[in-house]
Ligand binder design. Structure first.
Ligand code: GCU
Length: 548
């Protein structure tokens, strides 16, 4: 995504074109042999599907495809070329294309093959246009004029990482669907790796850009996993690992509860990535979520659904929960500009794709209600969206319908949607206690007792907790303090104090229990949590520690 201003066009002529351009498909036998003709139902690794029936979901995808194709898939600039028009959004002069749009088309068309009987011809035309408009490093010239079909930006033509990633992924999809694209796909991936992957393994924003920044909307982990399985000549696993590290380092520091990623990040070549300054490359501003990073919940959710990766799944859960919380569960109230704590940055700019993009994360998170709300919302067009919104909707539709197959994995085992794990409760009576004993002399505790801290400073309880993945977690202590004096405790995670004096204020009496929570970062696997009394009064009575 380049140069998006964040302005949303109002209702225009596009919808009329959709009505007039109804596409004729599906009754003719397909010319090319597809290995995975639409609808090719996939069993995702985690989460839930919308409650609508598979037949209803497939029908909704077909309807959206007819509309999208009639409006945005253009047979031009040459007789053997196709391009995806940015009509309505002005991302390229004269309704031309950008590599982002072209990449989307090269993903959508192979996934719809079998329904669209002309898909292979269209895909070949999309790829032909890319081949005819390469920059000096072999990537696609990022912006083309719709009339002249020439590079439309100033200066030497360059690429854009998101579009070039999708073009590569499209070639891998096409190779799986029809065969015959292996050399094209491997050739593209080799050039992409040379142009866009830095020595430490992070993705640059564009092939001629610096090696210190990155754009989280390019972090399409599902694509990278497919490349790792497909292209043994390049170290795609290094890119995956570095990208996941950046996600965890960034969210732990800047968005521990919502797990949001800003539109651009800097210091991507270090272990301390930061939000880019406002208006770093675009006037979004770029230090929060804008029209770039609204795509992150779609990409993270999709990766979690296809591959069950715990890092992506954790982000998907946090982002889905945050967007649900701040929108009241109404996808229309997910705004394109969001602060990193999950609160809307501005409610004056609205766009349908902001809510649509959360769909795959809601599914991965196992949130049936929010999944259904977003699924139903896809069938509406409340803000009159054009190229960008309608194209994102197209792909989100395919994912949410359960038709987004992996080009490198089998269709997966029988359906077994997994809900998110419930919070895990660790009783204090099972913890390691120092200058504290297990007691039962008050009511209302859970389990078989609670920890009664001796009235000395330095008394402690320590739990060993397990985390399925590295990342943020919420620690909740249930406690009672029958006095009116705070009994602060130091909370340490793996030996590092994360809260020097966490307050445990009075709860009226020793039979009344209350909870305090704090957000911490856990490593994958075993972690120790220690709560040490800070004052001569000792700690409160502690019933349990809950980790969620
Ligand atoms: C009382 C109470 C205990 C509590 C203690 C304290 O003795 O019954 O449960 O631990 O006060 O002050 O810590």
């Amino acid at each position: 995504m380049r140069r998006r201003t964040g302005l949303v066009a109002t209702f225009g002529a596009t919808t009329l074109v959709v009505a007039a351009g109804t596409f004729i498909v599906s009754t003719v036998a397909s010319a090319a042999a597809e290995s995975r003709p639409f609808p090719f139902h996939v069993t995702y690794q985690v989460g839930v599907l919308p409650s609508a029936s598979a037949a209803a979901r497939d029908a909704a995808v077909r309807k959206q495809y007819d509309s999208w194709k009639a409006t945005y898939l253009v047979h031009g600039c040459a007789s053997n070329e196709y391009y995806v028009s940015t009509k309505g959004d002005g991302d390229a002069p004269n309704d031309g294309t950008v590599s982002e749009a072209q990449g989307y088309g090269m993903n959508i068309v192979p996934l719809m093959a079998g329904y669209d009987t002309n898909a292979k011809t269209e895909f070949d035309g999309l790829w032909q246009l890319v081949k005819n408009h390469r920059d000096g490093q072999g990537m696609m010239q990022w912006q083309l004029d719709g009339q002249t079909c020439r590079y439309a930006d100033s200066g030497t033509p360059d690429g854009a990482t998101d579009g070039d990633l999708d073009i590569g992924y499209g070639l891998v999809l096409a190779d799986k669907q029809w065969g015959g694209y292996t050399a094209d796909a491997l050739g593209w991936l080799g050039k992409f790796y040379a142009a866009n992957v830095t020595s430490d393994g992070h993705l640059k924003c564009e092939d001629d850009g610096p090696t210190t920044d990155s754009r989280p909307s390019d972090w399409m982990l599902d694509h990278l996993r497919a490349f790792a399985a497909y292209d043994a000549a390049h170290d795609w696993n290094k890119v995956i690992t570095k990208t996941q590290n950046l996600i965890q380092e960034f969210t732990a520091k800047y968005s521990p509860s919502a797990n949001l990623l800003s539109d651009f990040i800097v210091s991507a070549n270090t272990t301390a990535p930061n939000p880019a300054p406002a208006n770093y490359q675009e006037n979004q501003p770029d230090n929060i979520v804008g029209y770039n990073s609204i795509r992150v919940p779609w990409h993270m959710g999709t990766d979690a659904l296809l591959y069950g990766n715990p890092v992506s799944l954790a982000v998907a859960r946090h982002e889905s929960a945050s967007y649900k919380n701040h929108s009241g569960g109404d996808p229309k109230n997910v705004y394109p500009h969001t602060n990193l704590d999950g609160t809307p940055h501005s409610t004056s700019d609205v766009a349908e794709e902001a809510g649509d993009s959360v769909g795959p994360s809601a599914m991965a998170a196992g949130d049936q209600g929010f999944t259904d709300a977003i699924w139903n919302y896809l069938a509406t067009n409340p803000f009159g969206d054009h190229y960008f919104g309608e194209t994102i909707k197209m792909i989100v539709y395919i994912v949410m319908a359960g038709d987004y197959w992996s080009p490198t994995a089998g269709p997966g085992p029988a359906p077994s949607p997994t809900p998110p794990p419930p919070p895990t409760k660790y009783e204090a009576e099972n913890a390691t206690l120092s200058q504290a004993t297990v007691a039962t002399n008050h009511t209302g505790f859970s389990g078989t007792g609670f920890a009664d801290y001796a009235n000395v400073s330095g008394s402690w309880a320590q739990w060993t907790v397990n985390a399925t993945a590295a990342g943020t977690a919420t620690l909740t202590f249930r406690y009672a303090n029958g006095t009116t004096t705070n009994r602060p405790m130091a909370i340490a995670v793996n030996g590092t104090t994360v809260a020097a004096a966490q307050a445990f204020n009075g709860t009226t009496n020793w039979d009344t229990w209350a909870s305090v929570s704090l957000t911490v970062t856990l490593t994958a696997g075993s972690n120790t949590i220690r709560a040490t009394a800070n004052t001569a009064n000792g700690g409160p009575n502690v019933d349990y520690l809950q980790v969620s």
